[in-house]
Design a protein around this ligand. Structure first.
Ligand SMILES: C[S@@+](CC[C@H](N)C(=O)[O-])C[C@H]1O[C@@H](n2cnc3c(N)ncnc32)[C@H](O)[C@@H]1O
Length: 292
């Protein structure tokens, strides 16, 4: 393990670099350990402009790859996502990082291995094996997409990579630190907000985006879709959180439906580089919104 020689940016003083060793338990700003469609790494600088200086709990109810969560590395946090395999991975990383790394180190980038692991019956795997499988598939599948069929079975084909890093030990250990004392839930976002959100908390809401183009309706992070009615219910929830005294920031796509839905809010238009359709040529600078 090379943590002794690692220099990392601390969450509290971002311009200050510090050495950490393996006995250090200080949380440091880091990057997601998974690729996630809709991940917010591209928008971090914009998003951080609107993070309040002081807040009690950081709550991210649609955490996905957790780009903002890992960048802020907050002391007190609750993360949630409806994707069970994802949240199991976070829990295992928080509680059993050594076992996870041991398991993942055995995995190889080979076609037969990929399809055998993909086809495994999850009920026969331990939590650690499931987490290792999720990370492996994320690193080796086509474009790091998480897509499941109606039965909830992962169905993304293997991707073409040259020697992909399957077990990035340093990154996993830093993410493990960021997850210490974090409450990890796996539920519908509404239940989590109802249970946890209190006055003074900062809530970052990054739901599946409302689709803009013909091919942009990728939303199969779970076996359920996120429909127009869900976007409408989410707006209501945001108002409810505001009335409760929470600081709320949300992101979504730039389109008439969302602009109209949030016309009474403070809406910032921002630009992000995104993979927006099935062809590589679909990577482009797209407009998105940050809702305050
Ligand atoms: C746009 S992604 C979040 C991306 C994340 N901010 C990042 O940086 O990677 C939306 C996430 O919402 C989750 N999701 C979808 N419906 C949900 C629901 N009803 N409750 C909680 N999470 C949900 C999906 O599994 C997906 O991971």
């Amino acid at each position: 393990m090379k943590l002794n020689s690692l220099t990392l940016n601390t969450a509290s003083t971002r311009s200050h670099f510090t050495n950490i060793d393996s006995s250090n338990t200080e949380k440091v700003s880091t990057k997601p350990f998974l690729k996630w469609v809709g991940g917010k790494t591209q928008l971090l600088e914009e998003l951080k402009k609107y993070v309040p200086q002081d807040f009690n709990m950081y709550i991210e109810p649609f955490v996905g790859g957790g780009a903002l969560f890992f960048d802020l590395a907050p002391e007190r946090a609750i993360i949630n996502d409806a994707n069970e395999e994802l949240m199991n991975t976070y829990s295992v990383l928080r509680d059993s990082v050594d076992e996870l790394i041991d398991e993942l180190s055995k995995f190889v980038y080979e076609k037969d291995f990929y399809y055998e692991l993909r086809a495994k019956d999850l009920s026969e795997l331990s939590k650690i094996e499931r987490a290792a499988r999720t990370i492996y598939l994320n690193k080796t599948c086509f474009n790091g997409i998480y897509r499941v069929n109606k039965k909830g079975q992962f169905n993304v084909p293997m991707g073409k990579y040259t020697n992909p890093t399957i077990c990035d030990e340093e990154k996993l250990r830093v993410a493990h630190l960021a997850l210490q004392d974090v409450i990890i839930e796996c539920d519908n976002y509404m239940n989590v907000l109802l249970k946890h959100a209190k006055e003074g908390d900062f809530i970052y809401i990054d739901p599946p985006y409302h689709p803009v183009g013909k091919y942009s309706d990728f939303k199969r992070y779970t076996k359920d879709f996120f429909y127009k009615e869900d976007q409408i219910a989410l707006r209501k929830e945001i108002l409810e959180l505001k009335n409760r005294g929470c600081f709320v920031m949300a992101s979504n796509s730039y389109c008439d439906f969302i602009l109209d839905l949030y016309k009474d809010f403070d809406v910032k238009v921002v630009h992000a580089k995104r993979f927006i359709n099935k062809n590589a040529s679909g990577r482009g600078n797209v407009k998105e919104v940050i809702i305050l």
